[in-house]
Design a protein around this ligand. Structure first.
Ligand SMILES: C[S@@+](CC[C@H](N)C(=O)[O-])C[C@H]1O[C@@H](n2cnc3c(N)ncnc32)[C@H](O)[C@@H]1O
Length: 273
């Protein structure tokens, strides 16, 4: 993961705050602001070992209760203030009840996790990134299912201004003080092959980041699964009818239906005003 020591960095959804602590302590990124979804008491109760005190002792501001999906909770002091916003291993919390599931519109988990990343990107570029800064957003996610079924590289909310720039392999060993934590429990997760996906402004140059482009955006590859290259139309057809592709196509359909429906709601609101 490319991190410049002079960059102003905001972390989002940093469970026990050990990632923020690691980039501060191990990588000397000092212009750092950390944020977590949980309030102080919930975080302390959930993760007996956490880095709240270490960050506070070193003057790193930690914002609690920052729900990246809810722009009404964003502190104005964070507006346009960062070069890079990072969300490590985004994952929606488990539903505590059937009522909670129903309150989220009975959406499939795949759709809800895509929506979490979508909002993260939308809000990072709309609220947190300095238009005159580096304009970067990173999402690290495991390269195994169900995470690899989220089609992360194609989640770009405002493609006129922002584009997916590529990925780098996430090297856990570069972050000795970081422990990947479970979304709901005090459990350290084993490290699995993971990628850091990178989005940036369409008018900026990111050559220094040395990113690998996604197969999904190469000719002769499937833009949904990244499989290929296909040398003949028959090759492509065999893939398009495979169980793997059909499964991802099903998730994609749910996501596109969500987006279409949402846009309609927004349009209706617009017309009724
Ligand atoms: C698998 S855990 C990863 C935790 C931490 N980032 C790490 O790398 O250890 C997923 C994290 O996403 C956070 N999260 C889920 N929904 C969120 C939201 N709407 N806003 C901010 N954080 C969220 C959870 O609080 C949880 O800490």
């Amino acid at each position: 993961m490319y991190l410049h020591q002079d960059w102003r960095v905001l972390t989002v959804g940093d469970g026990d705050l050990s990632f923020s602590w690691s980039i501060f302590k191990d990588l000397a990124v000092t212009q750092l602001t950390a944020s977590v979804l949980d309030d102080k008491d919930t975080l302390a109760a959930k993760y007996s070992q956490n880095q709240m005190a270490s960050l506070n002792a070193n003057g790193v501001k930690v914002f609690h209760g920052l729900d990246i999906c809810d722009k009404d909770c964003f502190p104005a002091s964070l507006y346009n203030a960062f070069d890079l916003v990072i969300f490590q291993f985004p994952l929606i919390p488990a539903f505590s009840s059937k009522a909670e599931f129903e309150s989220k519109g009975k959406l499939h988990k795949n759709t809800l996790n895509r929506l979490l990343i979508w909002r993260f990107l939308q809000h990072s570029f709309d609220y947190f990134l300095d238009p005159k800064g580096k304009q970067l957003a990173y999402v690290t996610s495991k390269d195994v299912k169900p995470y690899s079924h989220w089609n992360i590289e194609n989640l770009t909310p405002n493609p006129q201004q922002v584009g997916f720039k590529g990925w780098v392999e996430f090297q856990q060993l570069d972050f000795p003080s970081y422990q990947l934590r479970n979304v709901d429990r005090d459990k350290v997760l084993k490290s699995t092959a993971s990628k850091t996906y990178v989005w940036g402004n369409n008018h900026c140059d990111y050559a220094e980041l040395n990113l690998t482009p996604s197969n999904k955006h190469q000719a002769n590859y499937c833009n949904l699964c990244g499989k290929g290259p296909f040398f003949t139309e028959d090759d492509r057809q065999v893939h398009t009818h495979s169980a793997f592709h059909l499964r991802l196509a099903g998730y994609e359909q749910l996501w596109q239906a969500y987006l279409t429906q949402n846009e309609q709601i927004n349009l209706e609101l617009f017309h009724s005003n």
